[in-house]
Design a protein around this ligand. Structure first.
Ligand SMILES: Nc1ncnc2c1ncn2[C@@H]1O[C@H](COP(=O)(O)OP(=O)(O)O)[C@@H](O)[C@H]1O
Ligand SMILES: [Mg+2]
Length: 286
């Protein structure tokens, strides 16, 4: 378990709680100038990682950084979770990994190859799959057509990959002619995951796959993500259901205000009093 923020720093303000009255979100207030980030554990552990994000700074508007020196790595076969308050930069981190937001400083690597700011289609060819948080299916197309779109860069792969995806999500095969727009939220999420799996990715990025789903369906999505991971795919999943996320992942990161706040195994984070107080308690339930 690593608390990235130097506890000995007398200026550290991590103990203060900011309450967003409207959303009921509690998060640590970092005095940005005073925070000292300890990157040594990341640097030491990530040398052989499949995917690495090192000291990444990224943002949308000129002069405004959303990520301010983020680190993340995933080893081959790992299931990694990212949690944190709304607006922490979780989606931005996945987008930075997938070439959808410009990395201003820092390096992203896949199997040691520098992939920083590569285009998304090139990343797909290199084995990264991405399921965005919203608008992740083509509603007017059928399930089968959605999956074909996933394989448009390698149409010959379609039959074999379609079979694989249907072995993970049998309902998709049974209802292949149904339009995605007529499916429930949970079913659409399966289509979106299936589409991203069509190119046989070695890494799958999932942005809040359980958002907006009823609790029973959320659980199903977590189990699906777990079976994708067990099939050999490295999974990096951002989740709003932080407690459940930490139960299913191997390792997790807490992101807060564009920085790493805590990291450790899912179990370590789920049992850490600070993480519970700041991110898993009643205050942090958005
Ligand atoms: N396309 C965008 N243009 C400008 N600002 C954005 C854009 N997307 C997100 N942001 C801002 O970046 C910050 C982090 O957003 P995001 O990464 O979506 O957070 P999270 O996924 O943790 O909720 C927020 O302040 C948000 O307003
Ligand atoms: Mg998000």
């Amino acid at each position: 378990m690593t608390n990235y923020i130097d506890q000995n720093d007398p200026n550290e303000k991590v103990d203060e709680l900011a309450l967003d009255a409207e959303q009921g979100v509690g998060h640590a207030v970092h005095d940005r100038a005073a925070v000292v980030i300890d990157r040594s554990a990341h640097v030491g552990s990530s040398q052989d990682a499949l995917v690495r994000v090192d000291d990444c700074t990224a943002g949308y508007l000129p002069g405004v950084n959303i990520l301010e020196g983020c680190d993340l790595y995933a080893n081959e076969g790992e299931f990694v979770g990212i949690i944190g308050p709304n607006g922490a930069g979780k989606s931005t981190l996945l987008k930075a990994l997938f070439g959808l937001v410009r990395v201003r400083e820092g390096v992203v690597t896949l199997r040691g190859e520098d992939i920083t700011n590569m285009r998304a289609d090139q990343l797909v060819q290199r084995g990264i799959g991405f399921v965005p948080q919203t608008n992740n299916v083509f509603p007017s197309l059928t399930i089968e057509e959605n999956l074909q779109m996933g394989a448009y860069q390698a149409p010959k792969k379609f039959p074999e990959r379609f079979e694989f995806v249907c072995s993970l999500f049998p309902a998709l095969g049974e209802r292949r002619k149904q339009r995605a727009g007529s499916l429930s939220g949970g079913e659409r999420q399966m289509v979106a995951m299936g589409r991203a799996l069509m190119m046989e990715p070695s890494v799958l990025l999932l942005d809040e796959p359980s958002a907006g789903l009823a609790p029973g369906l959320q659980d199903e999505v977590f189990m699906r993500a777990r079976s994708i991971n067990r099939s050999g795919v490295t999974v990096i999943m951002v989740e709003q259901n932080a407690a459940r996320c930490l139960q299913v992942v191997d390792r997790g990161y807490v992101l807060d205000q564009g920085r790493n706040a805590y990291t450790g195994s899912g179990r370590e984070l789920a049992n850490d009093p600070k993480v519970i107080e700041l991110y898993l308690g009643t205050l942090s339930k958005a």
